[in-house]
Design a protein around this ligand. Structure first.
Ligand SMILES: C[S@@+](CC[C@H](N)C(=O)[O-])C[C@H]1O[C@@H](n2cnc3c(N)ncnc32)[C@H](O)[C@@H]1O
Length: 271
């Protein structure tokens, strides 16, 4: 009967040895998988967690290229070559005194039907020719004057101060993002600007996101169907082309006003 008593310390030592050797104590377990913290640098267009992968389009699938025309950048969107951006040196042309006679902006503004408290984004505002005229119609609202050229932003800010207005915000966007908050605007106005956006799909997606449900896009483009409109070809758009490009981001065409001397005034809505 002596054997079990002698074996007890040996059994104790064996259990202790097993505990000391256990992989937890030695860090022998495989490391947990690393946590993914960084977003991809540039997400593909249309990429959001709910978009099936086969619907996500890349830049190469959305845009084509061709040898650049004299007034174009050689980048093609939905069969249309995108035009050059008009530099800030063109401010005097935008503000020319003959503009009312040539383009009748006051007749365009007449049909906009803006509520006094509406928030309107003037995308590609330039010198603010439309921005400051619209600001008077929304005294309880706001005009977000969006442009990508810092010189235009500086001009807009100086002019707002000169006119003593407090419902205009000059807002610097980027070539592919208006940087407007989601569901923050009632309407987006684009006058003689959309045809020169280098990333039209991304800008329109960003506008779509910024619009409140039922919000409107008001697009003014020189009529490409009319050879008598004295504007370079790539700075004009047909109505059919404009509708095709707006519908590509989910906007619904509502109506086209053709009462202006040179431009289509097209209205779209966010369903
Ligand atoms: C021809 S000007 C028209 C200005 C103004 N809408 C008017 O009718 O007087 C076009 C403006 O669009 C701006 N622009 C070009 N690409 C843009 C973009 N992606 N986002 C915002 N503005 C842009 C240019 O900087 C330029 O000031």
């Amino acid at each position: 009967m002596k054997h079990p008593i002698i074996l007890l310390p040996l059994l104790f030592l064996l259990i202790l040895g097993l505990l000391v050797w256990h992989p937890w104590r030695h860090g022998d377990l495989p490391a947990p998988p690393p946590t993914l913290t960084a977003e991809p640098a540039t997400a593909p267009i249309g990429a959001d967690p709910s978009t099936p992968e086969e619907l996500i389009q890349t830049q190469e699938e959305i845009y084509g290229s061709k040898p650049a025309s004299p007034d174009g950048i050689g980048k093609v969107y939905m069969d249309r070559e995108i035009s050059h951006v008009m530099g800030h040196e063109g401010i005097n042309w935008l503000e020319r005194w003959t503009r009312e006679e040539e383009e009748a902006p006051s007749k365009a503004i007449d049909v906009l039907n803006l509520k006094a408290d509406a928030v309107i984004a003037d995308i590609g505002a330039g010198s603010g020719y439309y921005t400051f005229r619209i600001a008077k119609l929304v005294p309880e609202g706001q005009v977000m004057a969006v442009d990508i050229q810092p010189e235009m932003i500086a001009y807009l800010e100086a002019k707002e101060e000169e006119l003593g207005l407090n419902n205009v915000t000059a807002h610097l966007g980027s070539i592919d993002d208006t940087r407007l908050d989601p569901e923050s605007i009632d309407a987006a106005l684009m006058v003689d600007a959309y045809h020169e956006f280098s990333h039209p799909r991304e800008i329109m997606e960003s506008i779509f996101t910024a619009l409140r449900p039922g919000g409107r896009v008001i697009l003014l483009e020189y009529r490409a169907e009319d050879p008598n409109v004295p504007i370079k070809p790539l700075h004009k758009m047909t109505e059919a082309q404009s509708i095709k490009e707006m519908e590509a981001v989910g906007l619904k065409w509502e109506t086209t006003h053709d009462h202006l001397p040179w431009q289509h005034l097209m209205v779209f809505s966010k369903p």
